[in-house]
Write a protein that binds this ligand. Structure first.
Ligand SMILES: NC(=O)c1ccc[n+]([C@@H]2O[C@H](COP(=O)([O-])OP(=O)(O)OC[C@H]3O[C@@H](n4cnc5c(N)ncnc54)[C@H](O)[C@@H]3O)[C@@H](O)[C@H]2O)c1
Ligand SMILES: [Zn+2]
Length: 377
């Protein structure tokens, strides 16, 4: 048996740090590789980095650093990534796609005895959530065309007959594409890891996380995490901003559940070789998220929908969790408990500023947030 030795890349971040804590509790020897990306860690090294883990501050893009971090490692939990809706195209590809490719190359070149690689993928690999057409049943609609969104038509139409579809859970065999640069690099990461693992005979798992939230979610990176953004807006007495009409839905996972899914993927062989959804199986309208948070905070400010949208964004995404459930995964923390726990945490943080307003200006100037041309109500 002996100790199990893990490398958690991105182990200072939201998900990575919870994976680290769980592994340490389970008796693993843990090493972290994290460059403390300034967009995420505006105040430097976070205090929550587990003291019982070895911490290497370094960049996944640096070959020598990656080689040193992989020394004597059994299992890699590859969480490091550049995320959100940032406008830097090349940086996503560099950190996410190339960083992953290079890590695999180092393992092969040095013939390292890595026994498994688990890579953090995302539901962002799907173009749009699965739909049910009244005539055609289960369909996989493509991303909504920008012309349609400009007209303020937010619905998802059947790709065959154009009828409005109803959102249903999206299974893993739905087409993956990636309609944002981030999504594209998540497809790269999971394909690189899975196909390379098959070639070289190392078990691999790609976990397609749903929207993950919880304590330690960066308050400084306003491009990710709607729950974090809405909390900071409300704590600054500002209304949460809803894109589209606020009725779009997402599947939310509490970060400790996502950490448990990583442990399961490491310890079980049931998910080996697959890209699997990890989510709650429940779609929640974003407007409801805003309302739940304002209720929990007792700050009575209604969210605002101003007819803005982000091209490439999906309308609905609920994870079909059949496969992970069959492997033994079940989320423990529901949305109301998870939001309460996030709020407890954020209230204990000093200086909860609204970074969203500044970020929003950048997003608009870069053409990432658009506004409808004719508002039809
Ligand atoms: N949070 C979500 O909702 C969500 C959903 C789906 C997938 N994911 C994926 O899960 C993983 C973890 O996300 P998170 O929410 O914890 O994000 P996070 O930003 O909190 O953590 C990512 C960590 O990676 C580090 N990092 C970034 N670039 C790096 C580089 N070049 N070298 C080394 N370290 C680097 C950052 O400093 C950070 O600590 C990512 O791969 C992300 O794409 C997250
Ligand atoms: Zn149809």
């Amino acid at each position: 048996m002996g100790d199990k030795r893990a490398l958690v890349t991105g182990g200072a971040g939201l998900i990575g740090s919870h994976v680290v804590d769980l592994l340490v509790r389970e008796g693993w020897k843990v090493r972290i590789l994290d460059n403390l990306e300034p967009n995420t860690h505006k105040r430097g090294k976070p205090a929550w980095i587990n003291e019982r883990a070895e911490f290497i501050q370094g960049d996944i893009r640096d070959r020598a650093t990656v080689a040193a971090a992989l020394d004597k490692i059994d299992i890699v939990f590859h969480q490091a990534a550049y995320g959100g809706y940032m406008p830097e195209i090349a940086k996503y590809v560099h950190v996410n796609s190339l960083g992953t490719a290079q890590m695999l190359e180092v393992i092969r070149e040095k013939n390292l005895p890595v026994k498994k690689i688990i890579v953090a993928s995302s539901q962002a690999v799907y173009s749009e959530g699965a739909g049910e057409c009244p005539k055609h049943g289960l369909v996989f609609p493509p991303v909504r065309p920008i012309e349609q969104l400009r007209r303020g038509d937010w619905q998802v139409h059947c790709p065959i007959c154009g009828e409005i579809t109803k959102s249903v859970p999206t299974p893993e065999n739905a087409p993956v594409g990636g309609e944002t640069v981030y999504g594209l690099t998540k497809v790269d990461q999971e394909k690189l890891v899975l196909l390379w693992g098959k070639q070289i005979g190392i078990p691999t798992v790609a976990l397609r996380y749903s929207c993950t939230y919880g304590p330690r979610q960066s308050m400084f990176n306003p491009y990710t995490g709607v729950i974090a953004i809405f909390c900071t807006r409300l704590l600054n007495n500002l209304p949460p901003i809803l894109y589209e009409d606020g009725e779009q839905t997402r599947d939310f996972s509490f970060v400790e559940d996502i950490a448990r899914a990583n442990l399961l993927a490491a310890e079980s062989d049931k998910l080996d070789g697959f890209a699997v959804n990890v989510g709650s199986g429940r779609g929640v309208p974003i407007r409801e998220i805003a309302e739940t948070i304002s209720d929990a905070l007792k700050i009575d400010i209604a969210p605002e929908a101003r007819g803005e949208f982000r091209p490439g964004e999906m309308r609905h995404l609920t994870s079909d969790t059949t496969r992970t459930a069959a492997a033994g995964y079940k989320p423990h923390v529901d949305l109301s408990e998870g939001i309460a726990r996030y709020i407890d945490w954020i209230k204990a943080q000093s200086d909860v500023r609204d970074y969203f307003s500044e970020a929003e200006k950048i997003l608009k100037s870069k053409g990432i947030v658009h506004r409808v041309e004719v508002v039809n109500d």
